[in-house]
Design a protein around this ligand. Structure first.
Ligand SMILES: [Zn+2]
Ligand SMILES: [Zn+2]
Length: 210
């Protein structure tokens, strides 16, 4: 689920202000909260209590300072600063939570998930531990499909509904993993189920060895 990130209504830490004009200083010093509303438009809750809308790509603001004087007003500057500093997503992107660790990440506005941060993403060949059984597994493939979209072969349910998966997020990306062959297993002892990857919600697979 995309979340509505609003930066906390506060002033920003001052920078070296020697070379800044009055509007740039106010853009940092005044208490404002910025909320992205999509399409490059941001709602700015200003210190005066007025709400203005800033179109960042179009360099426009609905405040009188911009409308009547055509200036690059403090709201426009403030939105640009907050985008620059990563406090709010840039135009075309939205803020979402990583399904595993809840870190906020910025993704394309058209990306319908699942969302997983770089740190939590698993790579093929990685060794992981099944949190339910403590079994060792090897990641075969990562997918962009949600646990509640993928059917478990031979069962009338999705990966999310499968017993023991219910406590993991429905929107977890599905990861296919294989049980490694027991060491010393002879080639003629290998059976098809040894080689069949199983689908897991990513949060169920723990990375204990790195
Ligand atoms: Zn303005
Ligand atoms: Zn994460």
């Amino acid at each position: 689920m995309p979340k509505t990130t609003t930066s906390r209504k506060a002033s920003l830490a001052p920078r070296r202000t020697d070379d800044l004009d009055a509007r740039s200083r106010r853009a940092r010093a005044e208490r404002m909260a910025v909320t992205p509303i999509g399409g490059g438009v941001y709602e700015v809750d200003s210190e005066s209590g007025h709400t203005y809308f800033v179109d960042l790509p179009g360099s426009r603001c609905t405040c009188p300072d911009h409308m009547y004087r055509g200036t690059r007003c403090k709201h426009l500057r403030r939105v640009a600063i907050e985008v620059d500093e990563g406090r709010v997503p840039p135009p075309g992107e939205m803020a979402v939570d990583c399904t595993v660790c809840d870190t906020t990440l910025f993704v394309d506005e058209r990306d319908d998930g699942p969302y997983c941060c770089e740190h939590c993403e698993l790579a093929p060949g990685e060794t992981v531990v099944d949190a339910e059984s403590d079994d060792l597994l090897v990641v075969v493939r990562t997918t962009d499909r949600r646990a509640d979209e993928v059917q478990v072969p031979g069962h009338d349910c999705t990966v999310a509904e499968y017993p023991k998966n219910e406590r993991y997020p429905d929107d977890d990306p599905v990861v296919e993993a294989l049980y490694p062959l027991p060491s010393g297993m002879a080639a003629d002892e290998v059976r098809p189920h040894h080689l069949r990857p199983y689908s897991f919600p990513i949060s169920r697979l723990e990375r204990r060895y790195r």
